[in-house]
Design a protein around this ligand. Structure first.
Ligand SMILES: [Zn+2]
Ligand SMILES: [Zn+2]
Length: 327
């Protein structure tokens, strides 16, 4: 320990650089994490091109795991909430009015070491590979989306995914989130999960997880349509291919406009739910399941290669499907 530490820093729109930064100095209530694996998220590639919530200079990285100050293996739940607002008091930390995210509003995991609130640390199951540990966060998003669908389809509306048991599910988009949604649905009791994507490599990864390939686009009707892209076209498809009274769950954030047939929503009592982040118990569920899934679509790289990998992906490179930095 002692600084400086190497970090991938978002320095200007469209630009990231590997820099030496001062050793993080944990404030009271914070803990130092020695990062072992950190996933590059699509939202970061988008956010680096067009700065919004993320403003340079910033060390991004909200999907990461490492070694805590006591030598223990820890995952990091990056959602920080105030604990006081009406949403927090209802148990809805992810939609807290004062929500902040590690790696978005404060320095994150694209560094050798990072200081985070100690409350964000989660002990990892023994023996979980670092690459899998870095995928807990995106997997928790998938668990939440699946639970959103289950609550919508469950007659009692009870918490959990049982309402979607046996459901015919479509997943639009097989990036990391789409793949993890397919895996979550299959391990959560979906009757069948069909996926669509333009990339043969992504479809092959979905098949290795047990999903069926629907073809170039969806045809027919589904109980649950998960949109992991978020374009006007995929949002329209999520409504068009939903059975009457079904549910679409939207996680993709590619565009701001919706572009779907609102009258069809009314006449067939279709539904659309937004899904953002996850509850604490969903992060735990993702941690419990991630070790069981085929994750060979994710590839690890040393921090020294981070700027090049990030820049390639930001400029539209499709490979690797998911990049993990291994400081
Ligand atoms: Zn992410
Ligand atoms: Zn709050």
């Amino acid at each position: 320990m002692g600084g400086p530490v190497k970090a991938l820093v978002f320095t200007a729109p469209g630009q990231v650089e590997l820099l030496d930064v001062p050793e993080p100095d944990p404030a009271p209530g914070e803990a130092l994490v020695e990062v072992r694996a950190a996933g590059i998220c699509g939202s970061e590639l988008h956010g680096a091109r067009r700065p919004g919530f993320r403003q340079p200079p910033l060390i991004m990285g909200h999907e990461f795991a490492g070694i805590g100050a006591g030598g223990e293996a820890v995952g990091v739940n990056p959602i920080l909430s105030c604990g006081l607002c009406a949403e927090c008091r209802r148990g809805l930390r992810p939609v807290c009015r004062e929500r902040e995210i590690i790696g978005v509003h404060r320095a994150g995991g694209f560094a050798e070491r990072v200081a985070v609130p100690a409350s964000a640390l989660r002990p990892l199951p023994p023996g979980l590979p670092w690459e899998a540990a870095a995928l807990i966060e995106p997997a928790a998003n998938a668990v939440h989306a699946w639970n959103q669908a289950g609550r919508a389809l469950s007659p009692s509306g009870a918490l959990g995914a049982d309402g979607a048991r046996g459901a015919r599910v479509a997943v639009i988009g097989c990036g990391a989130i789409g793949l993890l949604c397919a895996a979550t649905g299959l391990s959560g009791g979906a009757g069948r999960v069909e996926v669509t994507d333009l990339s043969p490599a992504r479809l092959a990864a979905a098949q290795r997880l047990g999903a069926e390939v629907a073809g170039a686009g969806l045809s027919g009707e589904y109980d649950v349509v998960i949109d992991a892209v978020g374009s006007t076209a995929t949002r329209a498809a999520s409504v068009a291919h939903q059975r009457p009274g079904g549910v679409a769950v939207w996680l993709g954030l590619a565009e701001e406009e919706a572009g779907f047939d609102a009258n069809a929503l009314i006449r067939s009592e279709k539904r659309v739910l937004g899904s953002f982040a996850y509850r604490d118990e969903e992060f735990a569920q993702a941690m419990a399941r991630i070790g069981d899934w085929d994750l060979t679509w994710a590839a690890g790289y040393p921090l020294a290669a981070a700027a090049g990998i990030f820049t390639d992906l930001m400029n539209g490179g499709l490979h690797p499907l998911k990049a993990l930095l291994l400081p």
